[in-house]
Design a protein around this ligand. Structure first.
Ligand code: SAM
Length: 273
């Protein structure tokens, strides 16, 4: 599907990927997405800061996993519209042989997948348009590029708050992690209900009304996604507090200048037993 067809099909309804792109300062969004994003900013003036902190966590956590665990294969679900550096650029900077499979359910991400495919010659990248509610299909596709008998890192960053309870988000996570080898990692973040005085709840309500159903989680509910895993230091913390000592955040930010309430998203990395 080319970009014009995507606009024809999707320019009439805001989408999370394009609202997030707007918050990150990207240009791959339509008037309808910008309108929804501005309504989100009205509901929670920290929405843009929260998106950028989340992206910064993704950068730091994926680089940390590539460096500290030696994991050289990544499955990133809910990839988002390409925004440099993308995950493969971060991890291939550590290990040029790293292999990355991307997946998202917004066709516009597929239209820009070329940017996700510029792997190093030694490594590899692949992309599948799929919904996280199709875990078996995603894993089957991932097997063509990744070796599931060896540890890999599953990245599900700012994705699961878009999975309604009735679609069994914890069950989906179990189905995604069950086939992974011991030593595999989970890089995860989830919009929080218990970090602020209701601004995230207002944002979720507005998103649920005009973009997509959005559900928030407490710190414990976020930790519950890591069943069968050991959390790496510092555990579940706001994105703005996850290993700010690491110097790989492409989004400039001085540690301590963004509060937990402004970040509004829980984050953590776990290793499978
Ligand atoms: C907030 S963005 C996060 C992008 C990236 N993971 C990051 O953290 O920088 C959420 C992404 O999840 C995708 N998404 C939402 N619901 C999804 C679903 N059910 N299955 C797959 N992807 C989904 C959206 O299209 C969007 O690209």
């Amino acid at each position: 599907m080319d970009e014009i067809e995507v606009e024809f099909e999707h320019g009439t309804k805001p989408h999370t990927a394009r609202c997030y792109d707007y918050f990150l300062g990207g240009k791959t969004n339509y008037a309808i997405d910008r309108e929804a994003a501005l309504q989100a900013l009205n509901a929670n003036p920290h929405a843009m800061v929260a998106a950028r902190q989340n992206r910064g966590f993704m950068h730091r956590a994926s680089r940390y996993v590539a460096k500290e665990t030696g994991i050289d294969q990544f499955l990133d679900i809910g990839t988002g519209i390409p925004t440099e550096p993308n995950l493969h650029q971060v991890v291939q900077d550590v290990n040029p042989r790293a292999r990355v499979v991307y997946s998202d359910n917004d066709p516009i991400v597929l239209a820009h997948a070329r940017a996700l495919m510029n792997s190093t010659p030694e490594g590899d990248t692949a992309y599948i348009e799929a919904d996280v509610r199709e875990p078996d299909r995603i894993l089957e596709y991932a097997r063509k590029t990744l070796d599931l008998s060896r540890p890999l890192a599953l990245s599900a960053v700012a994705l699961f708050h878009f999975i309604p309870k009735e679609d069994d988000p914890y069950g989906l996570m179990r189905r995604l992690t069950a086939p992974l080898a011991p030593g595999s990692a989970l890089i995860f973040s989830h919009a929080a209900i218990d970090l602020d005085d209701g601004q995230m709840a207002a944002l979720a309500e507005q998103y649920s009304r005009s973009v997509t159903p959005t559900r928030l989680a407490t710190r414990q509910e976020t930790a519950d996604f890591f069943e069968g895993m050991e959390l790496m230091d510092p555990g579940i913390v706001p994105t703005s507090e996850w290993r700010m000592d690491l110097d790989n955040d492409a989004i400039p930010h001085q540690p301590g200048t963004v509060t937990a309430a402004e970040a509004g998203v829980w984050a953590g990395v776990g290793i499978k037993h």
